[in-house]
Design a protein around this ligand. Structure first.
Ligand SMILES: Cc1cc2nc3c(=O)[nH]c(=O)nc-3n(C[C@H](O)[C@H](O)[C@H](O)COP(=O)(O)OP(=O)(O)OC[C@H]3O[C@@H](n4cnc5c(N)ncnc54)[C@H](O)[C@@H]3O)c2cc1C
Length: 385
């Protein structure tokens, strides 16, 4: 450090930018494989989408292929962290519901359910009172049907994100919080220095796991990765006795119809500690403001009361919002940059809590040279370069 407290020339094999669940998982595996790692986080660990989400394991909104394999593999890895005594994940496979409000949605849902049943998932369409077998408290006057997926469940996003980063640190990774990457210094087409508001860092490889902030950061290098973001509002109740069995999402998540801007749509999870997070509405935005709106807060509360009238008197203790990225073509931006070959991108992974361990392990293996990136060629950042 210099006499103004700035870091000068700290170096590592790999610099990971972003301490969300994706950056955390990559740092976890790289440090486990013996690489020296520096993690740079503009705010605090889990301050982005990874600390602001619903903690749901989402399966039937994923196309069959590598993403679905990552989801399956990640569940085993989450159990592994707990079995090894590394950190708690609160993993609980409860089965989950995607809610439908009209016959047309149910019919599209049947196709989706068939696709996943054919792949061996425990999926079915529930209609009317059948839904109450999974969720006895749900109001079937409002919900007409649901897609059930037996492999869905819940996780603790805070414990997981902090746990992954803590484990990386325990293996020697150096974590710099409140340290924002603001620029890069090039040598030819390689990143030589990662410039932050606290000084410069040197690394052989730079992993960019900056979620919703990715497009802005990569514009410093003249790149225009087509990654945008939306803000979701969530609220959390006081802990109560178990009354909601598994994660619930709007059916449009599963059948891919347009949903933006409807406060009536609801996603929720009751967590291991008894609290219920209620949220899901996500609207496209162009700023990172974490504030919440009156309309959003009231809209969510009303939607919850409509779906769960028995629970309408619950106390809400906190409301917040979080920004989460989505890529123009709906695929992650994952793999080495073609233009700057020592940058590895890991951004825009949908529902990343569900897939981060396996996606992080694969990233680490590619960086270690243990595997190539053929399996994830469709996700290559080069498509935007
Ligand atoms: C309302 C809501 C509900 C959701 N529900 C679920 C769910 O139930 N299940 C699920 O699987 N997923 C869910 N998601 C999505 C999930 O939260 C994200 O996919 C996941 O957290 C993304 O992880 P990440 O590490 O890529 O991004 P983030 O967690 O956002 O991490 C990126 C980090 O990079 C840091 N950063 C950015 N720019 C810089 C810079 N220049 N310098 C240094 N640091 C920087 C940020 O501060 C941030 O901490 C939800 C998202 C939202 C918003």
């Amino acid at each position: 450090m210099d006499d103004r407290g700035n870091v000068v020339g700290a170096g590592a094999d790999v610099i990971v930018i972003g301490a969300g669940v994706v950056g955390g998982a990559i740092a976890y595996y790289l440090s486990k494989m013996g690489k020296s790692v520096i993690i740079l986080e503009q705010d605090e660990v889990a301050s982005g989408a990874s600390g602001g989400n619903n903690g749901q394991i989402s399966i039937i909104d994923r196309e069959p292929g590598i993403e679905l394999e990552w989801a399956n593999e990640s569940m085993k890895m989450y159990r592994g962290y707990e079995d090894a005594g590394e950190f708690e994940t609160d993993l609980d496979i409860t089965g989950g519901l995607a809610l439908f409000y009209n016959q047309e949605e149910i019919e599209i849902g049947r196709e989706v359910v068939k696709k996943y049943s054919d792949l061996g998932y425990k999926c079915s369409i529930l209609v009317g009172d059948e839904i109450k077998k999974q969720e006895p408290n749900i109001n079937t006057d409002v919900v007409m049907g649901a897609a059930y997926c037996g492999e869905e469940g819940r996780l603790n996003p805070f414990s997981i994100t902090i746990g992954l980063v803590d484990m990386a640190v325990s293996r020697g990774a150096r974590l710099y919080q409140n340290t924002k990457v603001i620029d890069f210094v090039l040598e030819g087409n390689l990143i030589k220095e990662v410039v932050t508001d606290k000084g410069s860092f040197l690394g052989d490889t730079v992993v960019v796991a900056t979620g919703a902030w990715t497009r802005e950061l990569m514009s410093k290098l003249g790149l225009d990765y087509r990654i945008f973001y939306g803000r979701g509002t969530l609220m959390v109740t006081n802990p109560i006795e178990p009354c909601i069995k598994g994660p619930i999402v709007p059916g449009c998540f599963a059948i891919g119809t347009l949903y933006e801007g409807d406060w009536n749509l609801l996603g929720l999870t009751q967590h291991k500690n008894g609290t219920i997070t209620i949220g899901q509405d996500t609207r496209a935005v162009t700023n990172y403001n974490k504030g919440v709106s009156y309309d959003g807060t009231i809209g969510l509360a009303k939607a919850f009361a409509k779906h769960f009238p028995n629970l309408k008197d619950l106390d809400v203790v906190r409301v917040w919002s979080a920004v989460t990225p989505h890529v123009e073509d709906s695929l992650p931006i994952y793999g080495y940059s073609g233009k700057y070959p020592n940058i590895f991108m890991a951004a825009g992974l949908k529902g990343a809590l569900t897939i981060a361990p396996a996606a992080g392990l694969m990233a680490a293996r590619i960086i270690m040279g243990e595997t190539d990136d053929n399996l994830v060629a469709d996700y290559s950042p080069t498509r935007f370069e």
